[in-house]
Design a protein around this ligand. Structure first.
Ligand code: IPE
Ligand code: IPE
Ligand code: MG
Length: 241
């Protein structure tokens, strides 16, 4: 039994023996989910938050230690202003609820990405959310205004400002937003696209991938367990034999 119980209590007999320690999720397909139902794209984002809550709980219950989710990319600013505003408002509102849940469940929350573009109030809220949960054991990373290229550039610029002239892989890894939680074992992408869309490119060097056509708002226990089952069967060689 993991740390969670309540409504998403899982039948553990369905779980494979090997569970990924760190799962990253590209939560894609909210807009298409809504369109299919004749709803505005924003309805898909709202439903997506509910799915986020449920899936996070399922992951930790199953024995996962770290979950990293992609909520808003550095490229998502290209969308109509009204949609961007809606997504950011959802994030802002959900943050308080998320912190409460994390505190109850023993999860350390980190908001990863470049937060400098947000309002002072929002930055403060992100900072305090992280501080409140900083002592907890499990990890939930939510990527907001996150882009892998920007993250790597940021890491390199930091190293330059420290006076480094010869940069190692470890130097870069230690300046990434994920430096404390390491690389994902499994990356799940919903919504049918087979790409990373600028998510964890450095960290994904030896990650396993699971792609599904299921739109994020429809993603559930069955899909998650399928991903885990496939992961459990893979032979991870890391270049060895
Ligand atoms: C993912 O769903 C959520 C964000 C990128 C914020 P989308 O909004 O990309 O939904 P689709 O891919 O257009 O269906
Ligand atoms: C990736 O989805 C970003 C998030 C899920 C937050 P996108 O919908 O932005 O990716 P593309 O545009 O299809 O590559
Ligand atoms: Mg999309």
């Amino acid at each position: 039994m993991g740390i969670f119980s309540a409504k998403n209590h899982l039948n553990e007999h369905m779980l494979p023996e090997i569970i990924p320690g760190h799962v990253a999720i590209i939560m894609d397909g909210n807009g298409r989910w809504a369109k299919k139902r004749g709803l505005p794209r924003t309805a898909g984002h709202s439903k997506g938050v509910k799915t986020f809550e449920d899936v996070i709980e399922m992951c930790f219950t199953a024995g996962v230690n770290t979950v990293t989710t992609y909520a808003f990319s550095t490229e998502n600013w290209k969308r109509p202003e009204s949609e961007v505003k809606y997504i950011l408002k959802l994030l802002d509102e959900y943050l308080d609820i998320c912190v409460e849940k994390c505190l109850k469940k023993g999860i350390r929350l980190r908001i990863i990405g470049d937060r400098s573009v947000f309002s002072e109030k929002m930055i403060e809220k992100m900072d305090t959310s992280e501080q409140k949960t900083a002592h907890l054991r499990y990890n939930l990373n939510v990527a907001v205004n996150y882009g892998s290229r920007a993250e790597i550039c940021h890491a390199v610029n930091q190293l330059i400002s420290e006076g480094k002239t010869n940069i190692s892989e470890n130097d870069i890894a230690s300046r990434l937003y994920t430096c404390e939680v390491g690389d994902p074992d499994l990356i799940i992408r919903t919504g049918g696209e087979l790409r990373l869309s600028n998510f964890l490119m450095w960290q994904a060097a030896y990650s396993e991938f699971y792609f599904t056509d299921t739109y994020w708002p429809d993603f559930g226990k069955k899909d998650l367990y399928k991903a885990f089952a496939k992961y459990a069967k893979t032979n991870r060689r890391f270049g060895g034999l």
